[in-house]
Structures are given as structure tokens and as C-alpha cells.
Design a protein around this ligand. Structure first.
Ligand code: PL4
Length: 404
């Protein structure tokens, strides 16, 4: 018998989102009235899109599937991703500044984050915004870049608190030298978006400390304030210290379709001068076989004028939900932030345990949320409300929250 991978043994709890789904199932099993229309559980928990893919983008997907049925248009492996899509991503999101060989098509941001962790390996320390998307920390633990659980977090991870007190932006003097820093803006879960000045300070700190930023821009299409940067590459110097991951999941409703991309600039080098881009090609070539060609056809449709119009419409819809949730919470006197430029609302329940509040909201309102402590120690006492839901469900959830 072989012994258990000690890195996996280091993981303290189950992955946050399956754990929420498990508690939902358990609650439903214990409360048969959840099968009734009045008692049914409404989810404002996991950030999963609910609305149909809009017609033009959907036609792109259908066209991609149809092309597979004819000998003239059939395609097999497309390991490197469609050249046209790589060029289009560079043109639409980065004003054409990256060559196609710096844009990598993926099956989603989460999957690329996992592969990037493999790229940097166990010897590179990890730093995260606290709170943040749990994949950054859990993935670091799985590859051995983080030690075991101690107190409120993992030994090998530097948690950089992002709270109301510091404007949801970390104290960069605490950034360890030579680390990989995961930075998400608009942030999941707080909804905070870093300003241009803040990102400039982040890039300066990364260069000074020899750190590499993995900038997760999965919610960039939710930014409505034109003064706020949508990409780390809007900041001078970022190409020498940052990788950006992004996704079609939340802007186009591709959570189940699976399509994303990463930008790994050729300018980005390790301390020894070697190319990160070259290593990324090696890693992806070895353990990734490319995104679905149907998804890529949908992605191409999403990035023409009509598709971008549909992205705007869909993200406007979810932002409308966010506004309803935020208003309902504020009317109850609950302090909350987010929801203006992001689909998440971060609500404060002072002095309370997040899981306890999660259970209370589930019990009293039959509304599923996400406990803030699942995103890191600084999330304790907070609840994240997701704006992904049908409008009627969100309205009903807002009515039910009144009993809190
Ligand atoms: C539940 C900051 C959601 N099973 O769909 P992808 O892989 O392109 O993007 C995933 C992703 C990447 N980066 C950030 C994200 O917030 C997400 C999705 N997060 C959430 O509720 O926080 C879905 C979570 C899903 C998961 O584990 O990702």
C-alpha cells in the first residue's frame, strides 16, 4: 500500500462550494417542506450563472457543433486554441498589445489557476488577499506550496487582510519576497475593485519584491465605473510581473460551457532570466489538450459587436439583481459593500460566526448564501450574497430576508 499524499492530508476542510451544496442537501432532507413552493430553498450561494446564453452567442456555439458534422469543417484537437480567438481576445481586451503566442485559451479560469500553480511549484510561497476565492489557497496546499493548518490559516500562506479599515486593499509592505501573489479584482467575495493607483502600487511592490502576480479578472466585465481598471496590463510595468487569467463564465454564461484564457507576456521572466511564457507552453502542452472547439466558436461570437452587446445585457441583468439584494440588506440595517461593479455583496454580521449566520439565514429564510469565513480568516463574521439568480427568485429572497 502507498501512503497518502501529505499535501492532501494537509487540507483542513472540504472545498467550500461542495460543502455548501452538502449542507443544502442535508437541510432539505431534514425539512420536507423545502419541496413546496413556499419552503423551497433559493440560492444566493455559489456564483453559478442561471440565465440562458443569449441568441447570438448561442448561435456561435450551435455553429461550432454543426461544423463538427461535416468533413469540410470538422476539427480535432486544437491544443493551442483557435488563432482567431487568441487574436480577438488581444484586440478586444488588450488593444492588440499581445501577440497570439502570449494569449492562451483555457477551459476556464479555475483550471488555469491550477495549472499555473503547477508551473510555480512547491518552493514558491503563496500570498493572497484575505478574503479571496478559495482555489488560490487550497490549490497551493495541494501542490505543497503551503504547510498545514495553524490557528486561522495555513502556515505557508501569507494572508494579506483586505477589510473596510484598509479600503479592501492589502498592506503591501507585508508582501513576501519571491512569492506568487493571487490578486482578484473585482474581488470575490468582497466586490471591491482596485483603483488604478492601487494597482500601480501593486505592480511596483511586485517588481521590488521579485514577486509574480496572478491577476484574476474573472469579473472584469462587471465593472461599470470607467475610471476603474479592467486589466492589470492597464498599468505600466505589469507585463514584467503579472499573468492575467480571465473567463467567459460570468460575462457570457459559460459556467457549464467552459472557456477562458490566460495572458502570459513574453516579457515575464524568472529571477534567473528564463521565460515564464516558454515554461507555460511546456506545462500546457504536457497536461492540457485545449478547450472545446464548440466553446471556442461560442467565444468568437461573444467577442464580435453583437456578442459584446449581449455580454453587456447579461452582466447588466445580474448587476440589477445585486442592487436589489444590497438595497434589501441595507433596509434591514445590515452593513454591506460590493454589487456596483461586481456580482457579489459582502454583508457584515458583527461578532457572529459566519457558518452560524449561514445556518440561520437558511433556517429562517430558506435562502442559501456563502459564509465569509470560507474565503479566509478575515471573512469571519461576513456573508457573501451572490447576484446570480432568476429575477423572481432574487425578489422573493429579498422579501424573505426581512425576517432577519
Ligand atoms: C463554484 C475569482 C464562483 N465550482 O468558471 P471559471 O473556471 O472560468 O472561473 C471560476 C472562478 C475563477 N475566479 C474567480 C471565481 O470567483 C470563479 C468562480 N467562483 C464562486 O461562487 O465563487 C463559483 C464557485 C465553482 C468553483 O469552484 O469555481
Amino acid at each position: 500500500m502507498i501512503s497518502r499524499n501529505p499535501c492532501i492530508a494537509n487540507i483542513k476542510a472540504g472545498y467550500l462550494f461542495p460543502e455548501i451544496a452538502r449542507r443544502r442537501r442535508e437541510f432539505a432532507a431534514a425539512h420536507p417542506d423545502t419541496a413546496s413552493p413556499e419552503g423551497r430553498i433559493i440560492s444566493l450561494g455559489i456564483g453559478n450563472t442561471t440565465e440562458p446564453i443569449l441568441p447570438h452567442i448561442n448561435a456561435g456555439l450551435v455553429g461550432g457543433a454543426e461544423a463538427l458534422g461535416s468533413v469540410e469543417t470538422y476539427s480535432g484537437y486544437q491544443d493551442d486554441g483557435l488563432l482567431e480567438l487568441r487574436e480577438k481576445i488581444s484586440a478586444v481586451f488588450y488593444r492588440g498589445r499581445f501577440g497570439a503566442d502570449e494569449v492562451f485559451i483555457s477551459d476556464g479560469a479555475k483550471c488555469d489557476i491550477g495549472r499555473l500553480q503547477l508551473l510555480f511549484g512547491a518552493s514558491t510561497p503563496a500570498a493572497v488577499q484575505d478574503p479571496s476565492y478559495p482555489v488560490y489557497v487550497d490549490g497551493s496546499v495541494l501542490i505543497g506550496a503551503a504547510g498545514g493548518w495553524e490557528g486561522l490559516g495555513y502556515r505557508g500562506v501569507t494572508y494579506l487582510p483586505c477589510t473596510a479599515e484598509n479600503g479592501y486593499f492589502p498592506d503591501l509592505t507585508k508582501l513576501p519576497a519571491g512569492c506568487v501573489l493571487y490578486f482578484c479584482s473585482p474581488n470575490n467575495p468582497t466586490g471591491a475593485v482596485a483603483s488604478r493607483e492601487q494597482l500601480a502600487a501593486l505592480v511596483r511592490a511586485a517588481v521590488e519584491k521579485g514577486a509574480i502576480i496572478i491577476f484574476d479578472a474573472a469579473y472584469s466585465e462587471y465593472i461599470r465605473d470607467p475610471a476603474l481598471p479592467r486589466s492589470i496590463y492597464e498599468i505600466e510595468g505589469a507585463c514584467a510581473c503579472a499573468i492575467e487569467v480571465n473567463s467567459f463564465s460570468k460575462p457570457a454564461g459559460f459556467t457549464g460551457v467552459r472557456l477562458g484564457w490566460s495572458v502570459v507576456p513574453k516579457e515575464l521572466k524568472y529571477s534567473g532570466g528564463e521565460s515564464v511564457n516558454a515554461d507555460w507552453i511546456r506545462v500546457c502542452g504536457t497536461i492540457f489538450n485545449g478547450a472545446s472547439n464548440i466553446a471556442q466558436a461560442g467565444g468568437l461570437a461573444a467577442l464580435d459587436d453583437e456578442g459584446l452587446g449581449e455580454i453587456r445585457k447579461l452582466t447588466d441583468f445580474y448587476l440589477g439583481n445585486a442592487k436589489l439584494i444590497r438595497t434589501a440588506l441595507r433596509n434591514l440595517g445590515i452593513t454591506c459593500v460590493g454589487g456596483d461593479n461586481s456580482p457579489y455583496i459582502w454583508a457584515k454580521f458583527p461578532g457572529r460566526d459566519s457558518w452560524e449566520v449561514f445556518s440561520e439565514i437558511l433556517e429562517k429564510c430558506r435562502v442559501l448564501t456563502t459564509p465569509g469565513s470560507g474565503f479566509g480568516p478575515a471573512g469571519q463574521g461576513f456573508i457573501r450574497f451572490s447576484a446570480f439568480g432568476h429575477r423572481a427568485d432574487v425578489e422573493e429572497a429579498c422579501r424573505r430576508l426581512a425576517v432577519l
